[in-house]
Design a protein around this ligand. Structure first.
Ligand code: S3P
Length: 751
């Protein structure tokens, strides 16, 4: 309920518990007690601690309401008991608690290892009572003791709860609400998983830090190492200054999980030792570049910027002021479709493939990372340059976990074909938007080839692909015109027995066919059908990725609709299966000149000069739809600015892109006061309507966000576009480039 104006928010909070007993007033116990009090989450907070002076400080510092004379006194009458004692003291304290614990009281703890807590509870109680919910706040400080208690300690930190299956939902929800009330984010997982995760991410690094510092400190002559220790050594070993007793307890309590991860690490370290001894550069480079990428992607992940995050959780808002003219000379980032394919084919080739102009967007980076996860050494990307050490058509290794493909439908669909043919199992996952997209269109024909693939309900991701099933070539008549489906089957066909052929109902982008030829793999093409014969090999090559015509499209429309504009876009990919946007805009009266046409690496490229023009509405020919499939959001903006009616038909595919692009565009236009008529397979837009100020929700769809940025050029008021983080999937640097050309744009919440 919203408090009425003037009412104090805090007084609205209903205490979740009557009486909370915190047993053990150290840093964590003290901080929690204080956070519960400060946030009004309990009527009374009572503390117990064997150390009388700490207990006295608890009341003195206002951390607890009451100091209990004994554990028994604290527990009696409490409806929540929190154990915050050292892990090794748990069993003894549980024995003290047990006789006094009320029937309806919930018992939880804050220890770093969970199996040991559960074992102690079983030992003392005979079983694991339904009211016991183990917990672990991932928060701390190098300070200890109640004096260091800090009610903000848990704010923006994670708390892991590991409830057993018989735990009552209301109890779990109350405990979750308590931690959330302290500012934490609560996750639940199994006890065993918690201990595995913590063994790897916290316990092993502490062990290595203790061990390394001890090894170096043990040698007299090594004292100099400490004297000259640079930042790196200091940073790396900071955690070796942690509390020895606590860590002693943790290692012994989480013995099994820690031993497993130590064995794994020792094996990998040994492999590096051998690689150094044997001067095996390939292994060293592979391990280091994979680690570097993983490290970068987790630091990005922590700051919420990478494809590995759920981008929709990061709120980026574009703010646009109306007006502006577009001018200058630009080059937009590399083609997304070609970038994905360059990594895939480069990885499967024999030899080293060098790529220039690679798109460093989240989608193609997801593909790059996935191949690293399958054992491929990839250097870069560095200003669009990537060097791929191909492992050969049969050289991929099983990834250690699921391959996360972020927002990228292309990656997921092309990977499914490739992975269906591998000897190992794999799992493909994606973000919220990708998880809603149909994968039956690839899974069904792959199954017909002999693949074993499980999807979630309705043919959605995740895809679980069973390896080791031989594929046989098929002929497939695609029901929808999809380059992703065609490419998926051609990639599977590289491994299949015999010929795999795909017929498309209308021409779709043919980058896979062209690039396979570039890698020396013959693709037989016969009007609407492309076929490959399995069993061949790919030979490394050099790839020059042209600028993406789909990203250029925003500027083609921008310069067409903004008065007095004159813009040149360099090195744009002009593959005939991609130029629908130019054809359509020209039919609408746009002034686009195609200059310096040339062919680079098997793909046509040109510079485009575009100047303002009076656009007119048209009936968009249906044969242009697959050739402009990604450009419709911004073409709708062109239609609003044109004179007369524009009608789009035969474009139902737009409904299953990163968002339902027909509906989301129509809703966005409504928010700006523009009326449209939505049809099942298209839209009718009457041009000449005024775009007013308004807020548009892009639904996390990069192309919707960029289309409405272009709309601002002809709007009458400020436009706000929300949920724009995914622009970085296809167009990193969009905001800066848009600003440079003359769009009045600012991004809020961006890095
Ligand atoms: C792509 C094909 C198209 C396109 C997507 C990229 C590709 O998807 O929309 O952005 O790289 O093959 P469909 O194959 O689903 O039409």
């Amino acid at each position: 309920m919203r408090p009425a104006d003037g009412e104090n928010n805090v007084s609205e909070v209903q205490p979740l518990f009557q009486r909370v007993a915190v047993i053990g007033l150290g840093l964590i116990g003290g901080s929690l007690a204080r956070a519960i009090r400060d946030n009004g989450l309990a009527v009374t907070v009572v503390g117990a601690d064997k150390r009388a002076d700490e207990l006295a400080l608890g009341t003195e510092l206002g951390i607890i309401d009451e100091a209990a004379g004994s554990v028994a006194d604290a527990v009696a009458g409490s409806d929540l008991v929190v154990l915050a004692v050292p892990v090794k003291a748990t069993r003894a304290v549980l024995a003290e608690i047990r006789p006094h614990l009320g029937e309806n009281a919930v018992l939880t703890d804050v220890g770093s290892t969970k199996s040991s807590f559960v074992n102690d509870v079983r030992e003392v109680f005979g079983d694991l009572p339904a009211k016991v919910i183990p917990g672990h706040p991932i928060a701390g400080s190098e300070k200890s003791g109640i004096r260091a208690a800090n009610p903000e300690l848990f704010a923006n930190h994670k708390v892991i709860l590991t409830p057993a299956e018989n735990v009552g939902q209301p109890d779990l929800e109350k405990l979750r609400a308590l931690w959330e009330g302290c500012g934490a984010t609560v996750l639940t997982m199994s006890v065993a998983y918690h201990d595995e995760v913590l063994a790897a991410t916290s316990h092993l690094p502490h062990l290595i830090a203790f061990s390394l510092v001890d090894t170096l400190a043990g040698e007299d002559e090594n004292l100099d190492i400490f004297r000259y220790a640079a930042g790196g050594f200091r940073d790396f070993t900071r955690i070796a200054a942690s509390d020895p007793v606590m860590w002693h307890d943790i290692f012994l309590s989480n013995r099994d999980a820690v031993l497993r991860v130590i064995d794994h690490f020792t094996h990998d370290l040994d492999q590096l030792r051998t690689a150094i001894a044997d001067q095996d550069s390939a292994t060293l480079l592979r391990v280091f570049s994979r680690a570097k990428a993983a490290r970068e992607h987790f630091s990005k992940m922590l700051s919420g910027q990478a494809y590995v995050t759920n981008n929709s959780q990061k709120q980026v808002t574009f703010r646009l002021q109306p007006g502006g003219r577009i001018s200058g000379e630009i080059r937009v980032p590399g083609d997304k479709s070609i970038s994905h394919r360059s990594i895939m084919l480069g990885a499967l080739a024999d030899g080293i493939t060098e790529v220039k102009g690679f798109l460093e967007g989240e989608d193609s980076l997801a593909t790059l990372q996935a191949f690293r996860d399958m054992g491929v050494t990839i250097e870069g990307p560095d200003a669009g340059f990537v060097r791929i050490h191909g492992v050969g058509i049969n050289g991929l290794q099983a990834p250690r976990g699921p391959l996360y493909l972020g927002n990228s439908g292309t990656a997921m669909r092309l990977f499914s074909g490739l992975l269906a043919a591998q000897p190992f199992d794999s799992e493909l996952t994606g973000d919220e938007s990708l998880s809603k997209r149909p994968m039956g269109r690839v899974a069904d024909p792959l199954r017909a080839m002999g693949a074993v693939i499980d999807t979630a309900e309705g043919g959605r991701p995740p895809l679980k692909i069973r390896g080791g099933h031989a594929l046989t070539g098929i002929h497939y008549e695609m029901p929808v015109a999809s380059a992703q489906v065609k490419s998926c089957l051609l990639l599977a066909g590289l491994y299949a027995e015999g010929v795999t052929s795909v017929t498309e109902p209308a021409p779709t982008r043919d980058h896979t066919e062209r690039m396979l030829e570039g890698f020396g793999y013959h693709v037989h093409r016969d009007t609407a059908t492309a076929s490959v014969t399995g069993g061949g090999r790919l030979t490394a090559t050099a790839i020059d990725v042209p600028a993406d015509i789909s990203s250029s499209a925003f500027f083609l429309v921008a310069a067409s609709i903004a008065p007095d504009s004159d813009l040149t876009i360099r090195h744009v990919g002009m593959n005939p299966t991609r130029v629908g946007v130019i054809n359509i805009l020209r039919m609408m009266g746009a002034n686009i000149e195609v200059l310096e046409e040339r062919v680079i690496g098997g793909e046509p490229v040109a510079d485009l000069r575009v100047r303002s023009a009076e656009l007119k509405g048209i009936d968009i020919p249906e044969d242009q739809v697959p050739l402009a499939i990604d450009e419709f959001p911004v073409l709708f903006i062109a239609a609003v600015c044109a004179e007369g009616r524009t009608v789009l038909r035969g474009a139902e595919e737009l409904r299953v892109k990163e968002s339902d692009r027909i509906q989301v565009m129509a809703d966005g236009l409504t928010a700006l006061g523009v009326e449209t008529t939505v049809t099942p397979d298209g839209i009718i837009i009457d041009g000449g309507q005024t775009m007013t100020a308004g807020t548009v929700n892009s639904h996390g769809d990069h192309r919707i966000a960029m289309a409405f940025s272009v709309a601002s050029l002809r709007a009458e008021g400020d436009i706000e576009v929300t949920d724009c983080a995914n622009v970085s999937t296809s167009f990193p640097g969009f905001v800066a480039l848009a600003k440079q050309t003359g769009i009045n744009i600012a991004a809020e919440g961006a890095e």
